[in-house]
Ligand binder design. Structure first.
Ligand code: GDP
Length: 176
């Protein structure tokens, strides 16, 4: 594997959100550029890495923690976000409950996680626009108020997936 030129910055990233919003699928798209309609749920916590070159001199490596069973094992979640540098909180544009759940994760992160954590809100399954129940503007306005990066993504079509992670990478402290 070729070594990246310039500086390598490594950050821990966690994914949070209601079950079945597509957290694992977003990771699979970002890391392997794959999508699976019938993938099995993650068991426990999956750990993957992916790098993004921002320019010739700067490479960002994400250590990605995708945790399953966040509903059942809610008490374990702080273990995952405690040392996280960034978080992607995911909802599904076709499930109104999932935005409420996302908001509660954001609140928890803003109270309990590292105060410098970079948080992105991702409205996933943008390919299912015929079944949309959460309007873009509503989520965008909330994200602005709460100080979050915001993207509507599709793990299925890959829309905005690289853009989401690249935007997070650019927000990270890269001047050490
Ligand atoms: P998780 O529980 O949040 O990790 O969700 P999964 O990644 O396991 O996805 C749940 C289901 O939604 C699976 O059947 C996926 O194939 C499907 N899914 C995930 N992302 C998308 C997407 O962007 N578009 C569509 N149409 N389906 C998706």
């Amino acid at each position: 594997q070729p070594q990246p030129a310039g500086k390598l910055f490594q950050f821990k990233l966690v994914l949070l959100g209601e079950s079945a919003v597509g957290k694992s699928s977003l990771v699979l798209r970002f890391v392997k550029d794959q999508f699976d309609d019938y993938r099995e749920s993650t068991i426990g916590a999956a750990f993957l890495t992916q790098t993004i070159s921002l320019d010739d001199a700067t490479t960002v490596k994400f250590e990605i923690w995708d945790t399953a069973g966040q509903e059942r094992y809610k008490s374990l979640a702080p273990m995952y976000y405690r040392n996280a540098n960034c978080a992607v909180v995911v909802y599904d544009i076709t499930q109104s409950s999932s935005l409420d759940k996302a908001k509660s994760w954001v609140k928890e992160l803003q109270r309990q996680a590292d105060p410098n954590i970079v948080i992105a809100l991702a409205g996933n399954k943008s390919d299912l626009s015929a079944r949309r129940v959460i309007e873009t503007e509503v989520a965008k306005e909330y994200a602005e108020e709460a100080g979050l990066l915001f993207f509507e993504t599709s793990a299925k079509t890959a829309e905005n997936v690289n853009e989401l992670f690249t935007c997070i990478a650019k927000k990270m402290p890269l001047d050490m």
